[in-house]
Design a protein around this ligand. Structure first.
Ligand code: SF4
Length: 241
């Protein structure tokens, strides 16, 4: 029954975007458990502001990899205060796992996929397991495989909702200015997409926003989200029927 209801709702959600989509998802009538996944990076504040307007107690999952810029941690604290976010969950890999896989702290150089798996994907997956729907800030204009990103897609056991998928760079800029949203301090230095300090460079003129992520490598995603976008029907896990 619940699966049927949520698939009916997904059909409606696919006709929406931005704040209207967020409102429909966060206030959903199917008792689906909703969280936001955020890096508190260059553009994250636009999505967080829209979420806070609807319900500031919406859980926000964010990973501290131990390799973040200090500026990102300061910005995260600032945005929590600015928007009055009430349930930000900072997750990290257990120290024992870091010690056994990346004792020297340079795994990002020798095996960045494994480093992302240990420091980002695993702790995020553990926190995300408590939810049915994850809201992301992904956008088509970031390119690197995201051009086909729909506003709602299915990834494994999660419905991914991407309210800003079709927004342009100008739309994001407009939101920052209209709502006077604080900027990540590294944006003015030329960073347009911000991940770990060890794997992020400034973005050059004419490059897409994510060009500074794992620059010079074939890697374009950390693995938190799928690079392909399944739009099959969602099925609640057995224990959620
Ligand atoms: S972005 Fe770099 S440092 Fe961060 S988890 Fe991935 S490989 Fe490791």
């Amino acid at each position: 029954m619940k699966t049927e209801l949520i698939n009916t709702m997904i059909k409606t959600w696919r006709k929406l975007d931005g704040g209207a989509l967020l409102k429909a998802v966060i206030l959903n009538e199917a008792d689906a458990r909703v969280a936001v996944s955020s890096s508190f990076g260059a553009e994250s504040a636009v999505l967080l502001g829209l979420v806070a307007e609807i319900d500031p107690s919406t859980p926000v999952l964010t990973v501290d990899t131990g390799k973040l810029f200090d500026e990102t941690i300061e910005y995260r604290n600032r945005l929590v205060d600015h928007f009055g976010l009430l349930d930000v969950r900072i997750v990290s890999a257990p120290l024992g796992l870091i010690d056994s896989t990346d004792a020297d702290g340079d795994l990002h150089q020798s095996n960045p996929d494994l480093c992302c798996q240990v420091r980002k994907v695993m702790p995020h997956a553990q926190a995300a397991a408590d939810f049915d729907i994850l809201i992301t800030g992904r956008k088509q204009f970031h390119g690197e495989g995201r051009q086909a990103l729909p506003t709602v897609n299915i990834e494994g056991q999660h419905i991914k909702v991407n309210p800003l998928a079709t927004w342009s760079e100008a739309d994001i800029e407009d939101a920052f200015q209209t709502h006077q949203i604080p900027r990540h301090p590294l944006v003015v230095e030329g960073y347009r997409s911000i991940g770990c300090a060890t794997c992020t460079l400034k973005t050059g003129t004419g490059q897409n926003a994510r060009a500074g992520r794992w620059a010079g490598q074939t890697k374009t995603e950390c693995g938190l989200h799928s690079a392909t976008f399944d739009t099959f029907q969602f099925k609640f896990a057995e224990n959620r029927q």
